[in-house]
Design a protein around this ligand. Structure first.
Ligand code: GDP
Ligand code: MG
Length: 305
């Protein structure tokens, strides 16, 4: 629900409660119900930053630290953390809340974590709408944390302005990431836990991969930054890279392009979810139909909104 005062990202207790409830509602709402009343985005929109990477790589810890620093500098920040679906997800949510607690005591910071439930792409339902619902509150920045599981990266890429990918030293993650093409979505790469042994080596591997890989964006070379939240190493460098990338976005992407990219993701997400629902209504007998007929049946069902 939009706030009544001029929104500046500083929410009182009741606005916080309302936004938290709205996020929970959207995270589990059907495609159908969202279509009836889609939240609209604010003008001017918030700067959106996504943090992604494997579970345990240090995303929540880094986001907590960064948000604390930015809030101290006067920036209002809304954080959405999307947890992986797992039997332990309750623990994971609690873990995120506790680690981000220090930052969330600041009135300029709003944080919420939601479960990714059973979604294939590691996202919750209606993530595009949740971001819009947050945006109307006037945050300067919106930060989204997602677990890197294949498709999620592409959702993040479509929905935020800057993607920060985290990798930690001494794991097979880098190799896996190279295979899966995950590095391709990153605007900034962070080697997390750089107080640990093996961080310089990991940085070197990633930096040379970036250097010798195909350059994806004109005038932007993906920086690889060693960061440790334990020691504070690399945090200034990361903030400088975020500022530099904001400048790049401002001069290389038009608001219309950004809006189109987000709208494309949104409609694709809604249609895919409708399709899943539609497929679930088929009976075993339907699969005996010739393929063209089965195809037609599914299409007809999809059209019946
Ligand atoms: N040594 C070290 N450990 C860290 C650092 N950042 C995070 N961790 C630890 O890594 C673990 C996972 O962190 P978390 O932020 O929950 O990772 P997430 O699953 O990616 O959100 C926690 O036990 C953190 O304390 C760091 O800079 N150095
Ligand atoms: Mg986390």
């Amino acid at each position: 629900m939009p706030p009544t005062d001029t929104p500046n990202g500083v929410l009182d207790a009741s606005a916080r409660r309302r936004l938290a409830r709205e996020i929970s509602r959207l995270a589990t709402a059907s495609a159908h119900s969202v279509l009836r009343a889609p939240p609209t985005s604010a003008v001017p929109p918030a700067r959106r930053i996504g943090f992604t990477g494997p579970p345990g790589v240090g995303k929540s810890t880094l986001v907590g630290k960064l948000v604390e620093r930015r809030a101290a500098a006067g920036t209002s920040v809304g954080v959405l953390a999307i947890d992986p679906a797992s039997p332990y997800s309750k623990g994971a949510i609690l873990g995120d809340r506790i680690r981000m607690d220090q930052a969330s005591a600041d009135p300029r910071v709003f944080m919420r974590s939601v479960s990714s439930r059973d979604s294939q792409d590691g996202m919750c339902n209606n993530v595009a709408d949740i971001l819009c619902a947050m945006e109307v509150h006037g945050f300067d920045e919106i930060v989204m944390e997602t677990v890197g599981v294949g498709q999620a990266e592409h959702a993040v890429k479509a929905l935020v302005d800057t993607v920060v990918l985290l990798m930690q030293p001494e794991t097979g993650d880098a190799i896996q990431a190279l295979k899966a093409g995950i590095l391709e979505v990153a605007d900034i790469i962070v080697v997390s836990k750089s107080d640990l042994h093996g961080a310089p080596k990991m940085r070197e591997v990633l930096a040379s991969t970036v250097r010798f890989g195909a350059q994806r964006a004109v005038n932007w070379t993906v920086p690889v930054i060693g960061v440790s939240v334990e020691t504070g190493k690399g945090l200034d460098e990361l903030e400088a890279a975020l500022t530099a990338h904001a400048g790049w976005v401002a001069s290389h992407r038009t608001p219309a392009e950004t809006a189109r990219r987000r709208a494309t993701y949104r409609v694709q997400d809604l249609v895919l979810r409708r399709l899943e629902d539609q497929l679930a209504t088929l009976s075993p007998d339907d699969y005996d139909l010739p393929l063209p007929e089965l195809y037609q049946r599914v299409l007809t069902g999809l059209a019946q909104i």
